[in-house]
Design a protein around this ligand. Structure first.
Ligand code: LMR
Length: 396
């Protein structure tokens, strides 16, 4: 179809499979349909509410915001600073530079651009399965993804030995993508001992850790979800952290995130900072304001911050309760009881995923990932029955 015109030279792209599920689910007329697809938190009524503290901060913003004039490529620096003790710990002392980004995806894209600017085509180690957007982001920035198997769906175990042997082949100039908590899509996080071993190998091999922290507070709690990552940050000379407020502040469509660079060397941190600002300017000039202003207002107000923490904890405990109830209803999924966050990767084939959708109106990602927050006490038995029936119908 290449007739010389630029559009004609483009390769067709398939629609994003995960986001396409939203439309498929919406158009399904069956009353019993179950949405376990895209990773948004849902409460026990199936709603994805605006958090109480967010509503209060939005009301305050409406009456107090005096201008919408530009802020600059760093975005809202009060927001960036307000998140720092939550991410790095109240007593953290390593110098950090941060900017606000359009969501966690913007932070990952900026991190990838920075790595590519430092070393075009640099290698980035990445465990699979992972969030399907990860490899796309690294591909478009020209990085070289080095994939290793992170997880075995059949045993529901992390292939830690395989991960460590792959990381041992890396060296200075390579990066490694690490999900800090609530692993997407598997829910299988590293133990603290495993994080300690990763920290050692990252330091010994001179790898740059790129930490994706998109679900802080929804696994073990705000502190517990950062503990393993902090071991790596202590050990690594330089690091990048991509942060998302989509899930823990429920700000999804407001696109609220941040990218932080850390270094124990002031000159290197300054280089990273100036490049991050220049790349942000070239990408989106300045990030959207609203979500970050809301988070800043919450974090600067003790009462709103306490209410945010309380509601986040309610969300976390609901997910834990769903995991426990699901394990009782579907004993073959007992490993899910030891995993964290909204996701689990079921040991199903793509054909079984299709059967669950077509025959049982159960919607999940094509990989077999389910969003546990899509289940409620009322729907868990129906899901367990559909899952067992599908396995029975489709097993060879
Ligand atoms: C997910 O993994 O479902 C979410 O992070 C939503 C997305 O953008 O893919």
């Amino acid at each position: 179809m290449s007739d010389g015109h630029l559009f004609g030279r483009l390769a067709p792209q398939a629609p994003d499979a995960l986001l396409s599920l939203i439309g498929l689910y919406r158009d399904d007329a069956r009353a019993t349909k179950l949405d376990l697809g895209v990773g948004v938190y849902r409460d026990a009524t199936g709603a994805t509410p605006v958090l109480r503290a967010v509503k209060a901060a939005e009301a305050r913003l409406l009456t107090t915001q005096a201008t919408k004039s530009y802020l600059g490529p760093e975005g809202d620096i009060g927001f960036v600073a307000g998140l720092q003790p939550i991410i790095f710990g109240a007593g953290a002392t390593t110098p950090v530079f941060g900017v606000q980004t359009p969501g966690g995806t913007g932070a990952l894209r900026l991190a990838a651009d920075l790595i590519a600017a430092a070393k075009p085509g640099a290698r980035i180690f990445m465990g699979t399965p992972t969030w399907p957007n990860h490899p796309q982001i690294f591909d478009v920035t020209g990085l070289t993804t080095v994939a290793y198997r992170y997880f075995d769906p059949a045993t529901q175990a992390v292939r830690f030995d395989e991960m460590m042997s792959m990381l041992a082949t890396g060296g200075a100039g390579d990066a490694v993508l690490l999900q800090a908590c609530c692993h997407n899509p598997t829910g299988a996080d590293l133990t603290l001992d495993q994080w300690r071993a990763v920290a050692e190998i990252v330091a010994a091999r001179g790898l740059l850790p790129l930490i994706d922290l998109a679900y802080q507070g929804l696994g073990l709690g705000l502190e517990g979800d950062a503990a393993g990552m902090r071991l790596v940050l202590e050990a690594a000379p330089d690091a990048l952290i991509a942060y998302s407020c989509d899930k823990n502040f429920g700000l999804y469509r407001e696109r609220t995130g941040a990218l932080y660079a850390m270094s124990d060397n002031a000159a290197r941190l300054e280089l990273a900072a100036s490049n991050i600002k220049a790349l942000a300017r070239a990408n989106w000039s300045m990030p959207p304001d609203h979500g970050a202003a809301v988070v800043r207002i919450i974090l600067e107000d003790a009462a709103l911050a306490a209410d945010w923490r309380a509601e986040l904890e309610e969300m976390r405990l609901r997910i834990v309760a769903v995991r426990q109830a699901l394990v009782v209803a579907a004993p073959s999924l007992s490993a899910l009881g030891h995993q964290h966050g909204m996701f689990a990767q079921l040991p199903v084939t793509p054909a079984q995923v299709a059967t669950l959708r077509e025959q049982h109106a159960v919607y999940m990602a094509g990989s077999g990932r389910i969003n546990l927050a899509g289940l409620t006490p009322a729907t868990i038995p129906a899901f367990a029955t559909a899952y067992a029936a599908c396995l029975k119908e489709t097993s060879p």
